[in-house]
Design a protein. Structure first.
Length: 102
């Protein structure tokens, strides 16, 4: 059994007990949230939504919040002595999929 869910403008293929990293959401650690189900499969049949599957619910629990690896953004213009160095760490939230129901 698996589902394609949408969270933060991105789509993820999930099964029960999976842990996924999504864009940061404001819910506290331990809270339960419902994700939008776009496709649902129970192993025999596949149900695709238009855009969402009606009656399908994917419950997830917030496990942790964190920041990703640092990336360095370096901009420069040759022969002009213009340089700009900047770092970025993308915040994320880890979710554990507790159940997928139709």
């Amino acid at each position: 059994m698996f589902a394609i869910v949408q969270c933060g403008g991105k789509q993820y293929k999930v099964s029960e007990n999976d842990i996924i990293s999504v864009e940061k959401i404001t819910n506290a650690v331990g809270e339960k949230i419902n994700l939008d189900v776009m496709l649902y499969s129970d192993g025999k049949t596949v149900v695709a939504g238009n855009p969402l599957v009606s009656g399908a619910v994917c419950e997830a629990e917030v496990v942790a919040h964190g920041k990703g690896d640092k990336i360095v953004v370096f901009k420069y213009k040759p022969k002009k002595n213009e340089r700009k160095k900047q770092g970025h760490r993308q915040p994320f939230t880890q979710l554990k999929i507790t159940s997928i129901k139709k």
